[in-house]
Design a protein around this ligand. Structure first.
Ligand SMILES: [Ca+2]
Ligand SMILES: [Ca+2]
Ligand SMILES: [Ca+2]
Length: 213
């Protein structure tokens, strides 16, 4: 590969890397930034409000629990008060007719034995209407796996929530919550321009080879 084409390839790769690879994502949280240590009955989540019980914040390795990827943070959806909690997004979302929405999470079993655990994914409107998706039972040793549901337009202002079911202080482990829609990513302008330039330069290089040197 010539120096010029290598440079162009690198520039193209950089432009592609800079493209909005996650266009269509309305919200995501990997729980890695909420705290620097595990904390029982944690209520200071950056993006969520805890209600109806408690959750525990886990730094991967804490209490023998691994988060996704073996690093960062995640949540034990049954805190340590004998009443599993709910986390509701602080952000609310207005939906658009004709668009499909996807609410995805990763969940593992409780990683500590005992009874299997259940979780509910929900969306709730400011006026109280809600739609729920029950998940489980998740065996204690169940590895992290994706779970989720889809929903369509409803009028109003909606928040998403994840709720632990039960109250034995040992809950399913939650990581990587994503709310996204199916709207196509906009074509990133710089890549279009760069591809066009690449074609022009290739044509120029071909002509250049015909000149005596
Ligand atoms: Ca995480
Ligand atoms: Ca717990
Ligand atoms: Ca439990």
């Amino acid at each position: 590969m010539s120096l010029r084409s290598a440079t162009l390839a690198a520039a193209l790769a950089a432009a592609l890397a800079g493209a909005p690879a996650h266009a269509g994502i309305l919200f995501q949280d990997n729980f890695d930034a909420d705290n620097n240590a595990s904390a029982l009955n944690f209520s200071a989540l950056l993006n969520w409000t805890v209600s109806g019980g408690t959750i525990d914040y886990i730094r991967s390795g804490g209490f023998g629990i691994s988060c996704v990827g073996g690093a960062g943070g995640c949540l034990d959806m049954d805190g340590s008060t004998g009443d599993a909690g709910r986390i509701t997004s602080n952000q609310s979302f207005t939906l658009t007719p004709g668009v499909n929405y996807f609410f995805d999470v990763e969940l593992s079993g409780n990683q500590r034995g005992g009874a299997a655990d259940n979780v509910v994914l929900g969306i709730i409107e400011a006026g109280g209407a809600e739609f729920v998706l029950p998940i489980g039972p998740l065996a204690p040793g169940a590895a992290f796996a994706p779970f989720g549901g889809t929903f369509v337009f409803q009028p109003g202002s909606w928040r998403i929530y994840v709720e632990g079911v039960g109250g034995d202080n040992v809950g399913a482990i939650l990581d990587n919550v994503v709310l996204r829609d199916d709207r196509a990513a906009p074509v990133p302008e710089p890549v279009t321009v760069l591809l066009f330039s690449l074609g022009l330069l290739a044509a120029g290089a071909a002509r250049g080879r015909k000149l005596p040197c």
